[in-house]
Design a protein around this ligand. Structure first.
Ligand SMILES: [Zn+2]
Length: 149
């Protein structure tokens, strides 16, 4: 994830004070700080018949890390928020496809807002086995309420 400015993190903190985010903040706060990767079930390796005859391959989802850290909700909001110009504090216009939690939330927020009409298939591919996907999806729903014009 790219470095976020102090200014943007301050904006995110302010955005999160709005009522739309109350429930999702509770959900994030109550949850575990890490969760097991859904693809390898926390082993870090997967059985693969396509792995040059070796029994185990590094899990391509968690890269062998076994767990995912709970996304930082403030950083996610900062990463999808526009930092300058007349849309400051609104949702960003562009976000390069990646496995950042911010990308997933940004894509789904735009989908829920009706700006994008197609289901974010690529984001679903990146996050299909991500143990916090449901959390991020709920966050995107809250964002779509907040960013609604
Ligand atoms: Zn894994």
């Amino acid at each position: 994830m790219k470095k976020l400015s102090k200014k943007l993190l301050k904006v995110a903190k302010k955005i999160l004070k709005n009522k739309e985010f109350k429930d999702i903040i509770d959900i994030f706060e109550r949850d575990y700080d890490t969760r097991k990767c859904f693809r390898c079930n926390g082993k870090g390796t997967i059985d693969s018949i396509l792995n040059d005859g070796k029994d185990n391959a590094i899990c391509p989802i968690c890269n062998g890390n076994q767990v995912f850290k709970k996304p930082n909700i403030e950083e996610v909001i900062a990463s999808i928020t526009c930092a300058q110009g007349k849309h400051t504090g609104g949702i960003r216009e562009a976000y390069a496809a990646s496995n950042d939690p911010g990308y997933y939330v940004w894509r789904y927020t735009k989908y829920y807002l009706g700006i994008d009409h197609f289901k974010p298939v690529l984001a679903d591919v990146y996050f299909g086995f991500h143990p916090y996907q449901e959390h991020l999806n709920l966050l995107a729903k809250a964002c779509s309420q907040y960013f609604r014009p």
